[in-house]
Ligand binder design. Structure first.
Ligand code: FAD
Length: 478
């Protein structure tokens, strides 16, 4: 990128909001997805829609690409810079603009940390349910752009179920406003839902109106240990068949249990093949009744122990086992590839068997955990990216797992998005007409393909080698 362009960008955002030293560019060259890295030309922290608009207009003059970024916790490479790009970081947009307790909405800037919003609304008896494992660091803007899920998806759904309206600067610099506080709105195409899950490819989100609900007043949290993996799967099916919808039903396998126990030393049984974390919540005595029914089902399916939290502190301790799964697994080997295969929930036991088969067949180590009630598994390969042969085997194992998930009627990602990591699978799940339609939408909204190009799918890139195409073709540092 030539110096005069950099100077023009600096004039737009001001010197204090512009970074381009090697050290700073390095810090923004990756997200939480292993293997993908690319140095941006510059990193900026715009302070207004007008500044964002000016940067995008400048990019359209033909000189650079733009990559939006929240906290950089994404697991599909969505905020990894592409070649010749400026990263727009939205973390300074961190204000909760309004909590409207009459309309049960919160209006927020995109850089608000998810857990911060949750805590603030809970102080006044309201509840924002989407709860990604990264909630203490990720941003609402990143959640909306990735349609993030989380631990409470089974009962409460995912981010898209809570987005009522958005404001977004389009790639041509115009401001698009979608939705609003109305509970109902059927005027024209539902553009709001284009924004949710657009992974920073259709615009830069600057404001979000979210739906809130009343906070559940009771909850019961249980942790059940199983000697046999199959028994835990049967317990999940039976709980669902009993027409109880827990707010959480999370699963950890043997490898994950042992990594978590090494890390947290909270007394998890190292011999167990599986743990289920189950929480029910709501209002009134029904919560206790559901918890009792669930305990019976867990025991009937040979849970060796069922621990029930007696108070909030104990509940948080039980949940710590699940919340620390990723960090605990990441300590085992230098590279942790956490994936996101999803199947109809009845097929989850088969998918887990397939992950075990993949590990044996390709001689790589997997830990499994995930959202059992949603059929959303996070097969996590513990590997070392410096060992090229092992990494190649890991990729083959994931190809095998995703193909099996698709055969089972599942999909390549339940919540982490397509980004760079899954784009080569997209056609298999969306079909050629589906991907073609996505490309047409992108081409109309982003005529010059300047905004996060090459994420989700590839449209003929403006600059040669714009991005890494798969994990095995890793973007280089320049
Ligand atoms: C330990 C751990 C646990 C996790 N657990 C979960 C989980 O349970 N559920 C889940 O769904 N995910 C989970 N994730 C993945 C990740 O946290 C989510 O995808 C999250 O939504 C990303 O938010 P972010 O602010 O970090 O966004 P980033 O990673 O910075 O960006 C994600 C995408 O959003 C785009 N983007 C960001 N901000 C904007 C904006 N203002 N406008 C337009 N586009 C934007 C980026 O371009 C990128 O494509 C986990 C990650 C980690 C590391």
């Amino acid at each position: 990128m030539n110096k005069s362009i950099k100077e023009r960008i600096m004039q737009i955002v001001g010197k204090n909001n512009f970074l381009d030293s090697d050290e700073d560019r390095l810090c923004y060259s990756f997200d939480a997805t292993p293997e993908y890295k690319q140095l941006p030309e510059a990193v900026v922290f715009p302070e207004s829609e007008e500044q964002i608009s000016k940067i995008l207009k400048l990019a359209n003059e033909g000189s650079f690409n733009v990559v939006p970024r929240g906290a950089g916790t994404g697991l599909s490479g969505g905020s990894v810079p592409v070649e010749n790009s400026v990263v727009i970081v939205m973390t300074k947009w961190d204000k909760i603009l309004e909590i409207d307790s009459q309309n049960l909405t919160a209006t927020v800037q995109p850089g608000v940390i998810t857990a911060h919003l949750q805590n603030e609304v809970e102080k006044i008896g309201l509840f924002y349910p989407p709860d990604p494992g990264s909630s203490s660091v990720c941003t609402i803007g990143g959640n909306v752009a990735n349609n993030a899920g989380g631990l409470r998806g089974l009962k409460y759904g995912v981010t898209k179920n809570y987005v009522l309206g958005t404001e977004m600067v389009l790639p041509n610099g115009d401001l698009l406003s979608t939705g609003g506080k109305n509970v109902k709105d059927t005027a024209g195409y539902n553009l709001r839902d284009f924004v949710v899950g657009s992974e920073g490819t259709l615009g830069i989100i600057t404001k979000i109106i979210l739906k809130l609900i009343p906070k559940p007043t009771e909850s019961v949290t249980m942790l059940a240990y199983f000697d046999k993996l199959n028994s835990s799967a049967k317990a999940v099916s039976e709980i669902i068949s009993a027409h109880i919808t827990p707010s959480m039903m999370e699963f950890l396998d043997h490898t994950t249990i042992n990594c978590v126990e090494d890390y947290t030393q909270i007394g998890l049984p190292r011999n167990s093949e599986a743990i289920l974390l189950v929480e029910v919540d709501g209002r009134g005595s029904i919560v206790k009744e559901d918890a009792e029914t669930i305990t019976k089902i867990l025991k009937k399916n040979n849970a060796s122990i069922v621990r029930t939290a007696q108070n909030m502190k104990e509940a948080l301790n039980l949940k710590a086992a699940r919340r620390s799964a990723f960090s605990a697994l990441a300590r085992r080997r230098p590279t942790t590839i956490l994936e996101d295969a999803t199947v109809p929930r009845s097929e989850l036991p088969v998918l887990i068997e397939k992950v075990i088969e993949a590990g044996n067949k390709f001689d790589v180590m997997f830990g499994n955990f995930g959202h059992a009630g949603d059929g959303n598994l996070h097969p996590t390969c513990l590997t070392d990216e410096r060992d090229k042969a092992e990494i190649e085997r890991a990729h083959k194992a994931f190809d095998f797992i995703f193909n099996e998930a698709i055969i089972l009627g599942g999909t390549i990602t339940g919540e982490h998005g397509t980004g760079l990591a899954k784009k080569h699978f997209l056609e298999q799940v969306a079909g050629i007409p589906g991907v073609e339609m996505m490309k047409k939408i992108k081409s109309v909204i982003d005529e010059n393909n300047i905004l996060n190009p090459g994420k989700i799918f590839t449209i003929a890139p403006r600059c040669e080698g714009t991005l890494p195409f798969s994990r095995s073709q890793i973007g280089s540092f320049k």
